[in-house]
Structure formats: structure tokens, C-alpha cells
Design a protein around this ligand. Structure first.
Ligand code: IMP
Ligand code: MG
Length: 173
């Protein structure tokens, strides 16, 4: 069944924003190396595009997480489905996410990563839905703050589909 998708942020606007973010991040990390951690699967399109435009040395790793049980569980505990390949000790880590919604996933993940003693730990997200926040998370770089709507594209899915759309769209259910 195909849903109707309306464009919220065009392909051009997404690309331009990611380039701007890359310029800012390159400035902030001047003289250092960034260890980017992509949160699969949603963050993959954003991380590849961002990393292509960052002007400082970059290494990449991937992690996959899921919520424990159903979404109504308020513990915010996540299960690590795929852990990082490399240690992050002493590294300047930048976590790259598609979207921060309630903030539960990221707050748990950042706490977990902090235990592993990185030199620094920052969070970069393409999209943020601030109105939906349940848990406080410090976001260091945000592409777009968006209203509370269910979005797809550029890594974001609806029932595993639409991740490959080159723009951000709203699903009309
Ligand atoms: P949080 O723990 O509530 O912040 O959950 C964030 C995760 O929920 C994201 O990494 C996405 O996988 C998913 N998510 C939240 N909002 C949307 C949306 O509008 N479209 C698609 N996935 C979403
Ligand atoms: Mg995600």
C-alpha cells in the first residue's frame, strides 16, 4: 500500500543545510580528528553526506540500537543490536542521528558511550522535534527543528520504507 507523501524539506534544502553543518563542524574540530558514530539505520544517509564535506580527518563506525519491549515502556532502556567495531577511548566522538524525538534513545546511548571514556562526545542530528521531548538531551548540532509530524526520507522510515527518498516528507495517513 502506498501512502501519500508531501515534501516538507526539499532535496536541495537538505543538501545545503548539511554542507553548512559540515563547515561549522570542520571549524569546531580544527586540528583534530573526528570519530563519527552513525546510529543505524536512519543516520546512514546523513553521516555519509556530512562526512563527505567535513574538512578534517574523519573515521567512521556504526551502531544499531532498539528499544526494549514496546514503546510505552518509560525506562528508556535500549538494547544494543550491533555494537561499535572499535574502542572510542580518547577519541573525539560525534554521534550522528537522523532525528531526536522523545530523546530516550539518545540519552541512553550517550550515557553508555560516556562510560567508554572518549576525549569528547557530541551529538549531531539532521532533524529535531523539540515539542516531543520527554528526556533532556544536549544536541550540539541540529539541521532542522520540525513540528510534531511523522516524517520519512533521508534515512527515516515508515514501516522500513521511504528511507531512500532524497528529501524529507510527511506521511499523510
Ligand atoms: P527517541 O528515542 O524518541 O528520540 O526516538 C528516536 C527514534 O525514533 C529515531 O531515531 C527514529 O528512528 C524514530 N523516529 C522518531 N520520529 C520519527 C519520524 O517522524 N519518522 C521516522 N522515525 C522517527
Ligand atoms: Mg534513528
Amino acid at each position: 500500500m502506498a501512502e501519500k507523501i508531501s515534501v516538507l524539506i526539499s532535496e536541495e534544502a537538505v543538501a545545503e543545510k548539511i554542507h553548512e553543518m559540515a563547515v561549522q563542524i570542520s571549524r569546531d574540530y580544527e586540528g583534530r580528528q573526528i570519530h563519527m558514530i552513525c546510529v543505524l539505520k536512519g543516520g546512514v544517509f546523513f553521516m555519509t553526506e556530512l562526512s563527505k564535506h567535513v574538512g578534517v580527518p574523519c573515521s567512521l563506525d556504526f551502531m544499531s540500537v532498539s528499544s526494549y519491549g514496546n514503546d510505552t515502556v518509560s525506562s528508556g532502556k535500549i538494547k544494543i543490536l550491533k555494537d561499535l567495531d572499535e574502542s572510542i577511548e580518547g577519541k573525539d566522538v560525534l554521534v550522528v542521528e537522523d532525528i531526536v524525538d522523545s530523546g530516550r534513545t539518545l540519552s541512553y546511548l550517550l550515557e553508555e558511550l560516556k562510560q567508554r571514556k572518549p576525549n569528547s562526545l557530541k551529538l549531531c542530528t539532521l532533524l529535531d522535534k523539540p515539542d516531543r521531548r520527554k528526556v533532556d538531551v544536549r544536541v550540539d548540532y541540529t539541521g532542522f527543528a520540525i513540528p510534531d509530524a511523522f516524517v520519512v526520507g533521508y534515512g527515516l522510515d515508515y514501516q522500513q520504507r521511504y528511507r531512500n527518498l532524497p528529501y524529507i516528507g510527511v506521511v499523510e495517513l
